[in-house]
Ligand binder design. Structure first.
Ligand code: CU
Length: 141
């Protein structure tokens, strides 16, 4: 009986050592965490004396960060501006953000890089933009 217990313990120990050398444990860590951000649509206005009013829409915060393998949840809260059709093209994300509503997207990030978050109707200065943000996906350490 005692031999069976020692044999079982030795087997578990051997498997643990094997997994740590093959990187299987690292792969388990790379499965990712959950990261969640609330992004508000904001508007900046300025009316300098004697000049036409200036206005620009923004995402706040404009930068969100995740690691490869993370499950990302973005809540877009429409506060300023009536509508913001928004994309994260690299991940096939399309979401319409409307004033007074929260629009949520969930997706897993599988590649490192810098991925623009773009409002499709406020892209340029002439369109009261650029209303762009950035999803930064870092490689795993
Ligand atoms: Cu917009």
């Amino acid at each position: 009986m005692l031999t069976k217990i020692w044999s079982g313990l030795l087997c578990v120990l051997s498997l643990s050592i094997l997994l740590s050398f093959t990187g299987a444990a690292d792969h388990a860590q790379a499965a990712g965490n959950s990261v969640e951000y609330t992004i508000v649509t904001n508007e900046i206005k300025s009316a300098p004396k004697g000049m036409k009013e200036l206005e620009v829409y923004r995402f706040d915060p404009s930068v969100v960060i995740a690691h490869v393998g993370d499950d990302v949840t973005l809540h877009f809260y429409g506060v300023k501006g009536s509508i913001h059709p928004t994309t994260i093209a690299a991940y096939g994300i399309r979401v319409v953000v409307q004033r007074g509503s929260v629009s949520t997207v969930k997706f897993r990030v599988d590649k490192p890089g810098y991925f623009p978050i773009v409002c499709q109707i406020h892209k340029t200065i002439q369109e009261h933009g650029p209303m762009t943000g950035m999803l930064i996906v870092l490689p795993n350490p």
